[in-house]
Design a protein around this ligand. Structure first.
Ligand code: SF4
Length: 328
């Protein structure tokens, strides 16, 4: 049954600094802070329309555990009764790695928080410093250890193509994240937004963005790495809408970014298997993956046809995600 999540944005609240890339106003499409009534109203609406009680109440946007304590408690106290009543399975929050300690974890636990996501963005300290993150990779490692101690589902968010990063450094970040064994990961390619330090650096020529094609190649590799290590990637690329398009200056942004990456994965897997083939082929792909395997605007199919193949795609429910089976 479909889950119904309530998302409440707490834009830029609690952030001790302005990260080079961040303009929360553009990301969330909102600039006002939610009140207790906003939280209650959103949960009430969800309660009436939700098809199941498997959903979560999610506070996203700022650095939840760093916001003014009284306000943080008000938000939690407004949401918690809905968890207690059994309408939601828990509360999800996102925060910074240097804003996690045992004291705040005790509070989160006592108000029904079950999942915590950390914006780690890079595991390379030079990249973190250059982008004014104000924390180090070792803060991420310490925070993950504390979250595990308290039994929270732990998610890590990483970015690709940050100022001072590279293809290799982003792969290195993914390897270090895998070593921390998070439950979930989100991958966000860097997008230059208006009114950010990155915009200034991009316009002065100090920062060059990674192209969409290079980013798709990189993120398709990251998706495979996480999949091979049984780590669920719950988001790839910024959400469309929410004013991102309006604040967009440059960078790898595409409304169907994940599909582009998955299509790249399937093409790579198909090419590995057709080296000694020619003529008609049948490509079997996992159930639900036909459109990704065929590619956006049939790009994979057309590529294979341009190489002299007559290709037919079929679903095969015995195949695992990102695997293919090609036969003559
Ligand atoms: S910590 Fe997160 S929300 Fe705050 S400025 Fe940095 S990226 Fe934005």
């Amino acid at each position: 049954m479909k889950k119904y999540n309530v998302s409440i944005f707490v834009p830029h609240e609690g952030c001790p600094n302005n990260c080079s890339f961040c303009n929360q106003k553009s990301i969330s499409g909102k600039s006002t802070l939610p009140t207790e009534k906003d939280v209650i109203d959103s949960c009430e609406i969800a309660k009436r329309t939700a098809p199941s009680n498997e959903g979560e109440i999610a506070f996203f946007g700022g650095s939840f555990t760093a916001i003014e304590r009284e306000y943080m408690l008000k938000l939690l106290k407004s949401a918690y009764p809905f968890v207690m009543e059994g309408f939601f399975k828990g509360i999800r929050i996102s925060t910074r790695p240097d804003c996690i300690d045992r004291e705040v974890c005790e509070i989160l636990k006592s108000y029904g928080v079950t999942s915590v996501e950390l914006g780690c963005q890079s595991m390379c300290d030079d990249v973190l410093a250059k982008n004014l993150r104000g924390h180090t990779s070792s803060d991420v490692e310490k925070a993950v250890a504390i979250l595990r101690e308290f039994g929270f589902e732990t998610g890590l968010q990483m970015m690709t193509g940050l100022w001072g990063s590279s293809y290799e450094k982003d792969i290195e970040t993914a390897k270090k994240i895998i070593a921390l064994k998070p439950d979930t990961v989100r991958i966000y390619p860097t997008v230059v937004l208006e009114n950010t330090l990155l915009e200034t650096k991009y316009k002065s020529g100090e920062y060059e963005v990674m192209s969409l094609d290079e980013t798709v190649k990189l993120v398709s590799e990251l998706l495979l790495m996480f999949e091979e290590n049984n780590i669920t990637v719950i988001r790839t690329g910024l959400h469309s809408g929410g004013n991102v398009e309006e604040g967009y200056v440059a960078g790898a942004y595409h409304p169907a970014f994940k599909e582009l990456c998955e299509s790249r994965i399937y093409l790579k897997k198909i090419r590995e298997q057709i080296k000694d083939m020619s003529g008609s082929i049948v490509v079997k792909v996992p159930k639900g993956s036909l459109s990704q395997a065929i590619g956006q605007k049939k790009s994979n199919k057309e590529y294979l046809e341009s190489q002299g193949f007559q290709v037919k795609f079929e679903e095969d429910s015995s195949l695992n995600k990102y695997t293919v089976s090609v036969r003559k």
